[in-house]
Design a protein around this ligand. Structure first.
Ligand SMILES: *Cc1c(COP(=O)(O)O)cnc(C)c1O
Length: 339
């Protein structure tokens, strides 16, 4: 199906590649057979660069293992938890933040493990928001997913449930009327979708998102900033404009995590800030995601923004607008400079 480059062929012959190769036939149909530099192809076909461990890289940079009270559950923030249902995906992203476990067959949606996680959530009343992730939760059968959603709904303090999935981008055929009918029984249910590039916004992806939105599920997108793939203002603008038309609110733009073998995907943080500066003011405010760095060691997501506060003159604040114009705002006296 593809004419492999030497870099790709050698990577496939190596033992060092930890994350399996997996691509749905649908997503494969979007891949250029003869162009190893095509953005979508680079996100799913490994190259030799993946086996090179660079400085500052780690298998678990976010320290998820140390914040996991029961297997497959990460409790980092006071009021919400991340529940990893399985470790399998339909298509494996080469920059996966959980490549240490995804696709290894060790994290299964077994009854006993999910029961332990549910028990922890039940016993922890501060948890009002449960994120289902993995792996991709939508690869579970409708019945299994319904079983988990029902158990979560039976816990009074769980106010909302969120599902994180790449299925609308890589396997849109999985979004069926039956699935949506099942999901809508468990509202308020939110979804975070993973879209990376405008070429993923096909007729099929539009249709999948329309079904979910019509099912009353608020949709957000989480996009990873990737060098040479979506790190231009123009590309990102095209992506967020597609997402708005798909009724998907751009939620987060992630700095690519320093997982082992990710150097070829990571941009400098300044690039992300430049992209936000190129969006804010130039397009709908709803289309501008929050750019975040997930702090190594488990510090959580830290937002980064262009600095629009230029300085202070007496009680006046000097602010910069999106067109680089300077404006004075009569702030009044303030003892602490928190800006
Ligand atoms: C990202 C994340 C969340 C959710 O964060 P939000 O900012 O609420 O979307 C929760 N737990 C963990 C461990 C996370 O990495």
């Amino acid at each position: 199906m593809l004419r492999l480059s030497d870099e790709e062929r050698l990577a496939l012959e190596q033992d060092g590649v930890k994350l399996p190769l997996g691509i749905t036939p649908y997503y494969m149909s979007l891949i250029a057979p003869n162009d190893p530099e095509q953005p979508l192809r680079r996100t799913v076909i490994p190259t030799l660069q993946e086996v090179v461990k660079g400085p500052g890289e780690a298998d678990d940079p976010l320290g998820e293992e140390s914040q996991s009270p029961v297997p497959g559950l990460v409790h980092r923030y006071p009021d919400r938890v991340l529940l990893l249902l399985s470790d399998f995906c339909s298509t494996y992203c080469r920059y996966c933040t959980r490549s240490r476990l995804v696709g290894h067959g060790a994290l299964r949606p077994s009854r006993s493990r999910i029961d332990r996680a549910l028990e922890y959530i039940r016993a922890t009343p501060s948890i009002r928001d449960v994120l289902l992730s993995g792996g991709d939760p939508l690869l579970l059968s409708d019945d299994r997913l319904a079983w988990i959603l029902l158990r979560l709904r039976q816990i009074a303090h769980v106010e909302i449930v969120r599902i994180g999935t790449k299925v609308p981008a890589v396997l849109p055929q999985r979004i069926t009327p039956q699935l949506v009918r099942m999901l809508r029984r468990y509202h308020p249910l939110w979804m975070s979708l993973h879209f990376t590039h405008p070429e993923e916004c096909t007729v099929e992806a539009y249709r999948a998102c329309a079904q979910l939105a019509d099912g009353g599920i608020p949709l957000g997108s989480q996009t990873v900033l990737l060098k040479g793939i979506n790190d231009e203002v123009e590309t990102m603008t095209a992506l967020v404009h597609h997402l708005m038309k798909m009724r998907v609110r751009p939620y987060y733009l992630y700095q690519c995590d320093p997982i082992t073998g990710s150097a070829h995907f990571r941009t400098a943080v300044e690039k992300g800030v430049e992209i936000i500066r190129g969006l804010r003011g130039f397009t709908s405010g709803y289309a501008v995601p929050t750019y975040v760095v997930d702090a190594p060691g488990g510090g959580g997501k830290i937002p980064l923004m262009p600095n629009y506060v230029v300085g202070q003159q007496g009680d006046e604040l000097i602010l910069r607008n999106y067109q680089n114009g300077l404006y004075q705002y009569p702030n009044g006296p303030c003892s602490d400079n928190l800006l």
